[in-house]
Design a protein. Structure first.
Length: 137
């Protein structure tokens, strides 16, 4: 858990957001994430991570109290374990990657175009390298 917290702190600091931002991270199984994936994305299959931003793109995350409301990240532990095995790294490393990936989605980054994907992947790789988790992706 310390590594996940550190990854979140690094992403937030890099984006100029104070560490008191509000983020929910929920770990579920494939059946649960499949239900949400079908409901919110129209894709009836399990996925590794879903992000639910609190605000619309362009809205200010900062509240009157100075906190930042970012949103929710949902991660399938089953899918994460499968992917860790496929990629040949630890479950811990895969979970850190999925949290970082989900957090960048909350912050408005995407991978709908090659340019967007390149920018998001570069940010993800930097965080993982900073944490000593390698750059493989």
């Amino acid at each position: 858990m310390k590594l996940l917290k550190r990854a979140v702190e690094i992403v937030l600091k890099g984006e100029g957001i104070p560490p008191r931002a509000e983020i929910s991270i929920v770990f579920v199984d494939d059946d649960q994430i499949r239900t949400y994936n079908a409901q919110y994305r129209g894709v009836d299959s399990p996925t590794d991570v879903l992000s639910f931003p609190q605000l619309e793109p362009g809205e200010d995350y900062k509240t009157e109290m100075g906190d930042y409301l970012l949103g929710d990240i949902m991660i399938s532990l089953e899918r994460a374990a499968i992917q860790a095995g496929e990629f040949g790294h630890s479950l811990s490393r895969e979970l850190v990657y999925l949290v970082v990936h989900g957090l960048y989605h909350l912050l408005g980054y995407g991978h709908d175009s090659p340019a967007q994907q390149k920018e998001m992947r570069a940010r993800e790789k930097w965080v993982l390298a900073y944490l000593g988790l390698g750059e493989e992706m």
